[in-house]
Design a protein around this ligand. Structure first.
Ligand SMILES: NC(=O)C1=CN([C@@H]2O[C@H](COP(=O)(O)OP(=O)(O)OC[C@H]3O[C@@H](n4cnc5c(N)ncnc54)[C@H](OP(=O)(O)O)[C@@H]3O)[C@@H](O)[C@H]2O)C=CC1
Ligand SMILES: O=C(O)C(=O)CO
Length: 322
């Protein structure tokens, strides 16, 4: 029997590509230049399934242009804010994501952002690289320790909990808000204190980590009003999605000192980030590195392929979204 054909919109790590080639006739788009939506739709005419990334924004108008032969889309990400699931459902397209491989890697990056923001690591690195280090000084780049500080986690899912575990290792007090309260054994595991409202969490959060998905409810929730509820000089880190924060409000608060520091891995409109961030010293900024660990990227590939395998076997996708 001839192999099914799949389009992989960006080359993946070799372990995932090898597994894909074993089962499928694979068309993999090169990474330079980036695949355009038009190219994706054109190639989709001659394949049986799409394995996409978060770069391919599959809004309704794009899904409506996907050829009829495509009934399976699997995304190489847990986040699915780039896919209009209702439009997919309306077209009878099954959709799955890759939810587990990213967890530890992204929690590590959140921890790195917390530590690097508190200890001004980016500023120190810049001083060395720009050959402007005058030598050790008592008041040079003085930050603060993490121990005994309160970390508020907004969105206590897989990454939020993995971050809690790491923060406990740094002797932080873990507090959280989520739409659903975690089970008692989960709270006990991380010694985590639940808040029944975001406002209540904000009030105690000397450090605040954003770990909820991008949804109509969470979009721009971190804004002037929210910032005003944090303790003076709080530090915020975001490894979720850029559109959860209102950039202009964050930038104004960083300039005034209302927020001491922001450590961000994700930005609205990536890679074109708000110009205001570039010259602010009190930021520690990464280019969406959360899942960029080989263990994560391999597992993401396997999970995305598990969905496609299940689809062709006539079964429910293991990581089904629609
Ligand atoms: N920087 C990076 O490279 C990466 C970024 N991400 C981002 O991180 C996000 C979180 O990932 P992960 O932890 O694995 O996802 P999970 O689904 O495991 O956790 C998200 C948590 O947020 C909760 N939540 C949803 N809506 C709200 C809300 N309005 N207020 C408070 N909590 C809410 C969810 O509750 P419920 O389950 O009840 O909906 C869930 O407990 C992803 O959606 C993705 O956008 C993920 C991987 C890598
Ligand atoms: O899996 C996701 O949602 C990501 O952001 C990958 O880095």
């Amino acid at each position: 029997m001839s192999k099914k054909k799949i389009l992989i919109t960006w080359p993946l790590p070799e372990a995932a590509m090898a597994r894909a080639r074993e089962s499928y006739d694979v068309i993999a788009h090169g990474d330079d230049p980036k695949i355009t939506i038009d190219e994706m739709i054109e190639t989709a005419k001659s394949v049986d399934a799409l394995l996409i990334t978060l770069n391919e924004k599959c809004r309704k108008e794009v899904i409506d242009r996907i050829p009829e032969n495509i009934k399976c889309i699997s995304t190489y990400s847990i986040g699915f804010d780039h896919i209009d699931l209702d439009a997919c459902k309306a077209r009878g397209i099954k959709v799955g994501n890759a939810p587990h491989g990213v967890t530890v890697a992204t929690a590590e990056i959140a921890m790195l952002l917390l530590l690097g923001s508190a200890r001004r690591a980016g500023e120190g690195e810049k001083m060395i690289r720009t050959r402007s280090w005058p030598g050790w000084q008592p008041l040079q780049l003085v930050g603060q320790r993490l121990d005994n500080k309160t970390l508020g986690i907004y969105g206590f899912g897989k990454i939020g909990q993995a971050l809690a575990q790491r923060a406990r290792g740094f002797d932080m007090n873990v507090h959280y808000y989520d739409i659903y309260r975690a089970k008692p054994e989960v709270e006990a595991k991380y010694n985590a204190t639940y808040h029944d409202s975001l406002d209540s969490l904000l009030k105690v959060s000397q450090f605040f980590s954003i770990n909820a998905p991008s949804t109509p409810e969470t979009r721009y929730f971190f804004n002037k009003e929210t910032i005003e509820k944090l303790p003076q000089g709080a530090i915020v880190v975001n490894t979720a999605r850029g559109d959860l924060v209102k950039d202009d409000d964050v930038i104004a608060a960083l300039k005034s000192g209302r927020l001491a520091y922001a450590g961000f891995d994700v930005f609205a409109g990536e890679p074109n980030i708000n110009e205001g961030y570039y010259d602010l010293p009190n930021t520690f900024l990464f280019p969406h590195l959360g899942s960029a660990a080989i263990e994560a990227r391999n597992q993401m590939g396997f999970e995305a392929l598990d969905n496609i395998d299940a689809f062709f076997a006539g079964k429910d996708m293991p990581f089904k979204l629609a």
